[in-house]
Ligand binder design. Structure first.
Ligand SMILES: CC(C)(COP(=O)(O)OP(=O)(O)OC[C@H]1O[C@@H](n2cnc3c(N)ncnc32)[C@H](O)[C@@H]1OP(=O)(O)O)[C@@H](O)C(=O)NCCC(=O)NCCS
Length: 149
């Protein structure tokens, strides 16, 4: 049995996080932008740790009434094990505690895998944002917390 936990990111995690980021995105965030997020008071920056190794991470921005999921990735060798689902469940719990109404995110129209995960999880498509990624459109998804309009 592997030992899984979700905890706040710290400075010594950034090299592993950035390495996963580069394997995961066409236009990865810079090392410095992760350092910035550690200090950003509006940011919830967490890692998923498996047997003391970073298996994934996520960054949420607190936008007042809603959370914005700014970044989420799972290490390529750890995908398909339900970790993204666990992360999303964790985010919903955090959103409830913080009394948020919605969780919002954007995804590339070509990212079929992420889109299917968000749809299965209960996110609703809120529209297309033309040219959101410069070379590609984005889909905006919203997850509404129960009992919140
Ligand atoms: C998107 C990402 C975070 C998903 O992480 P993951 O841990 O592999 O996802 P999970 O294992 O939790 O999969 C969740 C669901 O997707 C399904 N799934 C797994 N592989 C899939 C595939 N290749 N295509 C479609 N669905 C798939 C699973 O069956 C699971 O469904 P279930 O909960 O009904 O069983 C991961 O692929 C990743 O880091 N991608 C690169 C970064 C990225 O695109 N981030 C999202 C940007 S918006």
């Amino acid at each position: 049995m592997s030992n899984l936990s979700i905890r706040r990111a710290k400075i010594s995690d950034i090299p592993s996080i950035h390495s996963i980021e580069k394997k995961s995105f066409e236009r990865p965030w810079s090392f410095t932008s992760f350092l910035f997020e550690l200090k950003n008071p509006f940011s919830f920056f967490y890692v998923l740790e498996k047997d003391e190794k970073i298996a994934g991470y996520f960054i949420i921005w607190d936008m007042g009434e809603e959370f914005h999921l700014a970044n989420i990735a799972v290490h390529p060798e750890e995908r398909g094990k339900g970790y993204a689902r666990s992360i999303l469940e964790h985010i919903v719990e955090m959103a409830k505690k913080e009394n948020k109404k919605k969780i919002r995110l954007e995804v590339r129209v070509s990212n079929k895998r992420a889109i299917s995960i968000y749809e299965k999880f209960g996110f609703e498509k809120n529209g297309i944002i033309k040219g959101y990624y410069g070379n590609e459109d984005g889909i905006e998804f919203v997850y509404r917390l129960k009992g919140k309009l």
